[in-house]
Write a protein that binds this ligand. Structure first.
Ligand SMILES: NC(=O)c1ccc[n+]([C@@H]2O[C@H](COP(=O)([O-])OP(=O)(O)OC[C@H]3O[C@@H](n4cnc5c(N)ncnc54)[C@H](O)[C@@H]3O)[C@@H](O)[C@H]2O)c1
Length: 341
């Protein structure tokens, strides 16, 4: 089997590639990635030692590149992780989010439709919008109304609708998964957990939005990847599967937990002006994937977060390289954009 993983140089995509190399030793795994600030070849160093793995540089939103690639390679399965993924960045510059997340997904869908290739879209619980803090009884199931708050989540919701439209209209064999917040190795250190670990370790202030009461439902990236693998094997075409571990923590509690593990003072916490349109709470109801596909998260949170903290401390050179490369890539992007003006 030949499997295309888009966005595989990023956080979850790279973890998925490592899972595939373990579970599918006979398959050919191809990663397509545009290596934005969030993508890093250091993350795929070990994968590149495996003869069943190949990396191809390319943009999912470039239809010429995608059509040529799909003509050359005969993929059996496409799993789309490629995305602009940071809510804060989508507030500053929404355009690239629409280009990659909506147009890029549509271009991949088109390529899969023409060749009847199995397509899986990696989506997010953020498409459902927010839940109130005072209704712990509420959670998102797959039929919950889609009401995204940020340009990021709106672009992901747009992509989800396109996937379902391609299934209904063209019978393209698609599935969608909507997962809660992930933690684990290889996450770009702009996201809450790695950012707080690295700043706390360096005794820098830890910026917490608003009053820090916003709640997220955390799942280890390995459990997310296992769930996607299961959907590819056993999922029903045209269906959406929510993925989450019933593991809710406020941002403030998460930061305090990290400080405690690192033996650092809570005085490092600095409350900053709240994010625009900040969602209060996400909570996933994952009964469908549990009941229908038998998925169960395996990583216990206390252990998983401990290992994650150690991973970032033990991989200081990876953190440094991804941050430095991102800095130069962004400078280059601004330079090219200003030349085009
Ligand atoms: N991180 C989370 O907690 C979380 C939770 C649920 C769902 N998701 C979804 O999972 C997917 C992966 O998220 P992540 O956290 O690994 O993101 P990430 O930002 O770490 O990685 C994204 C990857 O996509 C690549 N990419 C970006 N634009 C591209 C383009 N136009 N063409 C090809 N490659 C491109 C980047 O170079 C990078 O390697 C996203 O679709 C995201 O919406 C993430």
């Amino acid at each position: 089997m030949k499997i295309l993983v888009t966005g595989g140089a990023g956080f979850i995509g790279s973890n998925f590639i490592y899972l595939l190399l373990e579970k599918e030793p006979e398959s050919e795994i191809v990663c397509l990635d545009a290596l934005t600030y969030a993508g890093n070849m250091n993350t795929l160093k070990k994968a590149q030692e495996n003869p069943h793995f190949r990396f191809i540089y390319g943009d999912i939103a470039d239809d010429v590149v995608i059509e040529r690639l799909f003509d050359q390679e005969h993929f059996d399965v496409v799993v789309n992780f490629a995305a602009e993924s940071h809510v804060d960045r989508s507030i500053v510059d929404p355009t690239i989010f629409v280009k990659t997340n909506v147009l890029g997904t549509q271009i991949l869908l088109n390529a899969c439709w023409k060749r009847q290739i199995r397509f899986h879209q990696v989506s997010t619980d953020e498409v459902y919008g927010e839940l109130p803090l005072d209704r712990p009884d509420l959670s998102f199931d797959e039929n919950f109304v889609i009401r995204p708050s940020s340009p990021y989540s709106a672009s992901k919701a747009g992509a989800d609708h396109l996937c379902l439209a391609y299934f209904r209209t063209f019978h393209t064999p698609v599935t969608i998964s909507r997962c809660s917040n992930n933690y684990g190795p290889y996450q770009f250190p702009e996201k809450l957990i790695p950012l707080m670990i690295l700043r706390a370790q360096a005794n820098e202030s830890l910026p917490v939005y608003g009053d820090g009461k916003n709640v997220r439902d955390w799942l280890h990236v390995r459990d997310h990847c296992e769930a996607i693998y299961l959907i590819l094997k056993k999922g029903t075409l045209g269906e959406v599967y929510n993925i989450g571990g019933n593991n809710e923590h406020s941002n403030l509690n998460m930061v305090k937990m990290i400080l405690k593990q690192l033996n650092k003072s809570e005085s490092l916490i600095q409350f900053v002006e709240d994010r625009l349109g900040h969602d209060l709470r996400y909570a996933i109801n994952a009964q469908k994937i549990r009941k229908e596909l038998g998925w169960v998260p395996k990583v216990e949170f206390e252990q998983g977060i401990k290992e994650t903290i150690s991973w970032y401390l033990d991989h200081a050179s990876w953190c440094q390289s991804i941050l430095t490369q991102a800095y130069f890539k962004e400078n280059e992007r601004y330079r090219l954009e200003s030349l085009q003006k």
